[in-house]
Design a protein around this ligand. Structure first.
Ligand code: HSE
Length: 434
């Protein structure tokens, strides 16, 4: 029998507890697939949790002791947060330990450095659990689709946002209630603004784009908008136009480089991503040989995330998790496309005085900016009184145009005396190959 793979689990929160439980419940199948047993030697955390089975491991409050122990092959970083986790990962890799982490925030920012450290030390750095929980999307990109050039990928990669949007669309549930439900179910980040403002999705998109396009980990270059500006009225207008509003991460190869963006998006109701509801995640990848492939599953929660963490441990045990470096930004020569140069359709909600000729003036401005209208909704009865003047929304769906042209058109529209406030814009995606 081969020597056991010895691991140290750092952290004892939801995911770490899920990992311990999975290692216990599925020990025989995991050992069979690994070719050897997995032994947990240390569990390191600030405080012990009564009732949690540590599988015979020694409990310690010292992260250092896990790195210093020559018996430990793999450090599993599940402490969360950024600074201490970053330090732990760097020190473990430098000490010649393989590292498994679910920490998308530190990978999105320092992934290039971690992979370099891992390669120099000849150890593995694995992060299947960092993106979309139980969906094996890292494996799909690095292994299953390895022979392809990826053209674009688009995903619902924050379960909390999807849960909230679904509750707003299907049961008119207020934002705050849906959010606290998602928190109670254990889906939300410790700081839920990371979910709501799109930061968590931007971390994940950074990782996916790095693997798909070899652009390095470019978190600071991702354009990021969350779901915090959406309301039920927008969801309803979108529905009347034949669309669902989903929070998407999009990475797309275009002539000028690669687009990296995270924002609420109108998705045609017949598109498969439109029916991904609740806390579920899904990622569609359009690649040159495989065509469209779609990956669907639970993106958060203890057991699905543990499933991905343990998959990495099995890979290391088998010796198939080799040190590697994806192509970097410099190798690929790809730049991240400036947001004003992306092309998209747009949903515009223009708060207007209810007077004759307003729509005609708005349409003239759009045509002066070469923007073509696809559909319009204007409801006399939808009067708003949020400002000192009553207004009605004019909702316009446009054909594709550059974001720069749309910015100029919106400024011109907002300068009209009949327009009483800021115009809401939501991008529309048709998933075309460009
Ligand atoms: N807060 C994340 C989500 C958890 O809601 O998707 C998994 O990263």
């Amino acid at each position: 029998l081969e020597r056991a793979l010895t691991i140290a689990i750092c952290g004892l929160g939801t995911v770490a507890q899920g990992v311990l439980e999975l290692l216990r419940n599925n020990a025989s199948v995991i050992a069979a697939r690994s070719g050897r047993p997995i032994r947990v030697r240390h569990v390191a955390s600030r405080s012990e949790k009564p009732g949690v089975d540590l599988l015979g491991a020694a409990f310690t409050t010292s992260l250092d002791s896990t790195i210093e122990d020559p018996e430990v092959d793999v450090v599993v970083e599940l402490i969360g947060g950024e600074e201490a986790a970053d330090l732990l990962v760097r020190r473990a890799l430098s000490a010649g330990k393989s590292v498994v982490t679910a920490n998308k925030a530190i990978i999105a920012k320092h992934g290039d450095a971690y992979l370099r450290l891992a390669r120099d030390a000849g150890v593995a750095f694995c992060f299947e659990s960092a993106v979309a929980g139980g969906i094996p999307i890292i494996g799909a990109l690095t292994h299953g689709l390895a022979a392809n050039r990826v053209r674009w990928l688009a995903g619902i990669i924050n379960g909390t946002s999807n849960y909230i949007l679904t509750a707003m669309a299907q049961s008119a549930q207020p934002f705050a209630v849906a959010l606290s439900d998602a928190q109670a179910l254990g889906y939300a980040e410790a700081d839920p603004t990371f979910d709501i403002e799109g930061i968590d999705a931007a971390h994940k998109l950074t990782i996916l784009a790095s693997l798909a396009f070899g652009v390095g980990f470019r978190f600071d270059d991702v354009y990021t908008e969350g779901i915090d500006t959406l309301n039920i009225e927008d969801i309803e207008y979108a529905r009347q136009l034949g669309y669902r509003i989903k929070h998407l991460g999009i990475a797309r190869l275009v002539a000028q480089g690669v687009e990296l963006r995270v924002h609420p998006t109108l998705v045609p109701e017949k598109h498969m991503l439109a029916s991904v509801d609740g806390v579920m995640n899904a990622i569609m990848i359009h690649a040159d040989a495989a065509g469209d492939t779609l990956y669907y599953g639970a993106g958060a929660g203890a057991a699905p995330t543990a499933s991905a963490v343990v998959a990495d441990i099995v890979d290391i045990a088998k010796g198939t998790a080799v040190p590697w470096l994806p192509a970097t930004h410099e190798d690929s020569g790809l730049r991240v496309v400036n947001m004003k140069d992306i092309h998209s359709g747009y949903y515009l909600k223009i708060p207007s005085l209810d007077k004759p000729g307003v729509f005609a003036r708005a349409a003239t401005i759009l045509s002066e900016h070469e923007i073509s209208i696809e559909a319009v909704i204007q409801k006399e009865q939808a009067v708003h009184h949020e400002t000192d003047r009553a207004w009605v929304p004019i909702v316009i769906l446009t054909h594709e145009i550059s974001e720069g042209a749309m910015d100029k058109a919106i400024s011109a529209l907002e300068a009209l005396p009949d327009v009483v406030g800021p115009i809401k814009r939501i991008r529309v995606e048709h998933f075309a190959d460009v």
